[in-house]
Design a protein around this ligand. Structure first.
Ligand code: GDP
Ligand code: IMO
Ligand code: MG
Length: 427
């Protein structure tokens, strides 16, 4: 095994960053293939917490090649802030490489994100406000600015002028908002370009070479299956494909390059932003989950919505991603519950549903079917052997894997690297 995909199976924030950082100790390469600074991956290393948004979660290992792939939307200001923060903390970093084909997040993308959300009013998506949707929309509309043009001053000037003429008309005439000044953006972005230039290359050639050489590669997903533009709870989704199939397009590698796919499953469920959430607990259990687990967004600080683990969602994610195994995270949070519910499936009008509903109207009408499992009421955060976990804790984890139809590969009982129990050979 030399390449592994790590993806989220729910609504994001499952602990992908923790799992990727853990596995990265054995990897040569960590590559992001989609998303942008909307991601917030928290990694705890040597007792220190790092919040990564655009930097791949292998960046804390010197010598690890960290690739920002072509389908990541790059916010230059934010990635520079992340680099500066790591340098300031005196942290030795992996070797960063940024694709020359990434689309660049511009100031008008962020303003349009906010204006479009305000326009949607009650129907808002609840985006992170990082300009992700508008940047991907420009890519699809063929009016985006890619790193390769941005790095060429003359090409950048011409493309920025043309696109600003269009964006400023939308801003002023449709939204009655302030236009952007060409020179200001041009100067600001040229300064960023000079700083990021040393990291830019053709990452497709790089990745294919590394894979051919048998190097160990982790493909790091951001967001999760339920936020997938094609397969998630549309329109309450992000604008990219956080599923394993996107690895190929997002990095320019062939489908045969993928050896293993790991789905990260949080032991309960959370969602940030709007949209359906069948197992949401708008009650004391939900509040307890949020408070015990400190469920507040790493990117926006918003309180996360909380609920019981929904296996309809995870099973769907297993199918979408072709999961080989799952990594269960935050199992220790459930140490405090004497009874734990798990949604094994949905019914609609009293009939079991065998497929995940495409219609949000239907998803709003489904009844989650719950199994109640006994809790273990024991601190698991210090346990390092699977066999030493309380029997009820193992029973819960095994039931999750069974309902997902996959193997149980990793159990995580805390944010630290050492709080990870591995049940099968990963690479
Ligand atoms: P990501 O976006 O999928 O990388 O997840 P986030 O970093 O947004 O949220 C996961 C949070 O859970 C982070 O604060 C992690 O440090 C933390 N975390 C990860 N695994 C565990 C675990 O097993 N137990 C506990 N208590 N925290 C964990
Ligand atoms: P990680 O990688 C959780 C959600 C937003 C919103 C929707 C669209 O940390 O798991 P966007 O800004 O992408 O257009 O917002 O997607 N969202 C996330 N929720 N974790 C994330 O990333 C998310 N990235 C986007 O809250 O509902
Ligand atoms: Mg997150």
């Amino acid at each position: 095994m030399s390449t592994i995909v790590v993806v989220g199976t729910q609504w994001g924030d499952e602990g992908k960053g923790k799992i990727v950082d853990f596995l990265a100790s054995q990897a040569d390469v960590v590559a992001r293939f989609q998303g942008g600074s909307n991601a917030g991956h928290t990694v705890t290393a040597d007792g220190q917490e790092y919040k990564l948004h655009l930097l791949p979660s292998g960046i804390l290992y010197p010598g690890c090649i960290c690739v920002v792939g072509n389908d990541v939307v790059l916010d230059p200001k934010l990635i520079l802030e992340e680099i500066d923060a790591l340098k300031k903390q005196g942290r030795p970093m992996g070797e960063l490489r940024i694709s020359n084909r990434c689309h660049v997040v511009m100031p008008y993308h962020k303003r349009l994100d906010a204006l479009q959300e305000a326009f949607r009013g009650k129907g808002k998506v609840g985006t992170t406000g990082h300009g992700i949707g508008p940047c991907y929309a420009d890519a699809a509309d063929r009016i985006g600015i890619r790193v390769v043009s941005w790095m060429d001053k003359a090409a950048f000037a011409a493309e920025l002028k043309a696109v600003l003429e269009y964006k400023n008309r939308i801003l002023t005439e449709v939204f009655k908002a302030e236009p952007f000044d060409f020179q200001q953006i041009y100067d600001e972005y040229n300064a960023y370009a000079e700083r990021l230039r040393p990291y830019v290359c053709d990452t497709c050639t790089l990745m294919n070479g590394l894979i051919q050489d048998g190097r160990r590669v982790l493909f790091e997903g951001a967001q999760a299956a339920m936020l997938d533009l094609s397969h998630g709870t549309y329109p309450f989704v992000t604008s990219s494909h956080p599923t394993a199939g996107a690895v190929c397009v997002g990095l320019g590698v062939g489908p045969r390059c993928i050896d293993k796919v790991i789905g990260v499953v949080k032991a309960y469920a959370t969602r940030v932003g709007e949209g359906p959430f069948p197992t949401e607990q708008l009650n004391e259990n939900g509040v307890r989950l949020r408070e015990i687990a400190h469920e507040y967004g790493a990117t926006t600080g918003r309180p996360r919505r909380t609920g019981w683990l929904d296996m309809s969602v995870v099973r769907y994610a297993a199918q979408l991603n072709g999961l080989d195994c799952i990594a269960i995270t935050r199992l220790d949070i459930l140490d405090h519950f004497s009874e734990i519910k798990i949604c094994s499936g949905y019914t609609l009008n009293g009939q079991p549903l065998n497929e995940f509903p495409a219609s949000l109207k239907v998803l709003g009408q489904v009844e989650p079917v719950y199994e109640t499992l006994p809790g273990w009421m024991t601190d698991t955060s210090g346990i390092r052997d699977y066999d030493k976990l309380p029997p009820n804790c193992r029973r819960y984890a095994e039931r999750v894997a069974e309902l997902a139809g996959t193997r149980l590969g990793i159990v995580s009982v805390g944010p630290g690297r050492d709080q990870t129990i591995v049940l099968e050979k990963m690479f």
